[in-house]
Design a protein around this ligand. Structure first.
Ligand code: SF4
Length: 80
C-alpha cells in the first residue's frame, strides 16, 4: 500500500463511502469487512447504510478500497 494513498482523518475532515453500482459485481467483500457501514440489498448487492467512516474503521475501509475487485468501492475525503 502506498503511503500517500492511505486516507487519514484530521480534525478538519472526515471520510465517506460510496459504491459505483454500475461496476460492482455484488460478491460482498466490502459488506463482510465493514458491517457498520454497509449491508446487502435483496439481490445481494451492497448498499451504504452509514456513509461516514468512523476513525476506528478507516484502516479497514482503506483495505476494502485495495481489495475491491471492480474498483467500485470509493473512500472520499470530505472537508469540514
Ligand atoms: S467489494 Fe467491490 S465489487 Fe465487491 S461487492 Fe463490494 S463494492 Fe461491489
Amino acid at each position: 500500500m502506498g503511503g500517500d494513498k492511505v486516507a487519514r482523518i484530521t480534525s478538519k475532515s472526515h471520510y465517506e463511502i460510496s459504491i459505483d453500482p454500475t461496476v460492482c459485481d455484488g460478491y460482498g467483500y466490502c459488506v463482510e469487512l465493514l458491517p457498520a457501514n454497509l449491508t446487502f440489498d435483496d439481490w445481494g448487492f451492497p448498499i451504504v447504510k452509514t456513509r461516514v467512516v468512523e476513525a476506528e474503521e478507516l484502516e479497514m475501509a482503506n483495505h476494502v478500497v485495495q481489495l475491491c475487485p471492480r474498483s467500485a468501492f470509493k473512500l472520499s475525503k470530505v472537508k469540514g
